[in-house]
Design a protein around this ligand. Structure first.
Ligand code: 5PR
Length: 381
């Protein structure tokens, strides 16, 4: 392959995954990050087969294992009564929990190791289908491939005039990383396995749900879901500790930790674009397919689409890249569209409160393996 160059807007999970996969296939790659430093501000993340396979293809599995965990069970409670205790591994679904800053640090180190140039303090304002990236300082950089991985408010997408439909759910969420406080939790509820993921649903007398996800031996990812029209439940930057502990008293130690941190409330949202590509530009991640988080697949779809994009463009002739991008979207996008629909539906119905989620079509995305050349032979839907 003759030397090819890609410019990527955004150094989140999508942009870094595309950068590594392209660099490993011989591309020269530059990633632009508008922030002064390269970091991830999110809290925790659950990865499934679709992303663990990508990390494995990158040779990063051992490093990931060092600061992450596989909880014994995924437990769902309704009004503090257990409705299901599922072991995804026993059900054939590989998974792993970790913090977002950790995953980001592993990916950014791998990108640099693969020869990717990462330009911080470099703000992208747009792109052209002919293959130029426009920066805030007025410069334009040409490339064979432009990747817009610049988030839900993507300047790359908007500069190209790509329209989209948007759905909001009635609920939203505030996410924190806090100390585990496992011994304190054990004192309160000795019979609970505090290494489990526990989805504490509460619908009466008010909708206040806590998703409890141990991320490693020291850190807990805790996500607090409340309707957007509940001023107390959605209060930020400091959570309303009195309201949250009144419904979830057994979580008091970790809710107190969350109350020490400034949080941001995000309303659940799905974006559906007219197209993910234009000429030599491809959109991935939240720029292309922001989704409700019920199935925990926002980052998952971002990384799997980044990976298949890199494969698709590397297999094509440079002159055929626009057609290759169209074909990539035609083949890969339906998996993400279905995942968005299912996640939005779970968010609308609060259906995760029923438990028993690791069955059937809900797991199509979790089990999709972008590194498997035969992956389209066993699609579920
Ligand atoms: N699962 C995960 C998660 O982070 C969230 C949800 C489900 C791992 C919230 O971000 O349903 O909101 C959810």
């Amino acid at each position: 392959m003759t030397s090819r160059h890609a410019e990527i807007s955004g150094a989140g999970f999508a942009g870094l995954t595309a950068a590594i996969a392209l660099a490993q296939r011989g591309w020269s790659v530059r990633v632009h990050e508008k922030g002064e430093s390269l970091r991830e501000q999110g809290a925790g993340i659950v990865l499934w087969q679709n992303t663990l396979s990508v990390l494995d293809a990158f040779g990063l599995s051992d490093e990931i294992a060092e600061r992450s965990m596989v909880p014994p069970f995924y437990e769902t409670r309704m009004q503090n009564t257990i409705v299901s205790d599922e072991d995804p591994l026993a059900l054939g679904i590989p998974w792993r929990t970790m913090t977002r800053p950790f995953l980001h640090s592993v990916l950014s180190k791998a990108a640099k190791g693969a020869g990717v140039e990462i330009a911080t303090d470099s703000e992208v304002v747009g792109a052209t289908g002919a293959g130029a990236l426009k920066l805030a300082d007025g410069s334009e950089i040409e490339a064979d491939l432009i990747v817009g991985a610049d988030g839900v408010a993507s300047p790359t997408r908007d500069s190209l005039g790509i329209g989209y439909d948007r759905w909001h759910a009635k609920d939203g969420i505030t996410r924190f990383l806090v100390p585990r406080r496992k011994e304190d939790l054990q004192k309160i509820e000795p019979d609970t396995e505090w290494d489990n993921v526990i989805d504490f649903w509460n619908l009466e007398p008010r909708v206040l749900r806590v998703l409890y996800t141990p991320a490693n031996a020291e850190e807990l990812y805790i996500a607090l879901m409340a309707p957007a029209d509940d001023a107390e439940g959605s209060a930020v930057p400091t959570i309303n500790l009195r309201v949250w502990t009144s419904i979830h008293p057994q979580l008091t130690p970790v809710l107190e930790e969350a109350a020490k941190i400034e949080g941001k409330y995000f309303r659940y949202q799905t974006n559906r674009l007219e197209t993910w590509t234009k000429g030599r530009v491809a959109l991935i991640g939240d720029a292309a397919h922001a989704m409700a988080p019920a199935l925990a697949q926002g980052g998952g779809c971002a990384m799997m689409n980044a990976y298949t994009l890199a494969e698709a463009v590397s297999a094509a002739e440079v002159g055929d890249l626009p057609d290759a991008l169209t074909e990539w979207e035609r083949i890969e996008r339906p998996y993400t569209d279905r995942c968005q629909d299912r996640s939005q539906n779970f968010a609308d119905t609060r259906g995760m409160a029923q438990g028993g989620q690791f069955v059937g079509e809900s797991n199509e995305t979790a089990l999709y393996d972008p590194t498997d050349p035969h992956r389209h032979d066993h699609a579920i839907a």
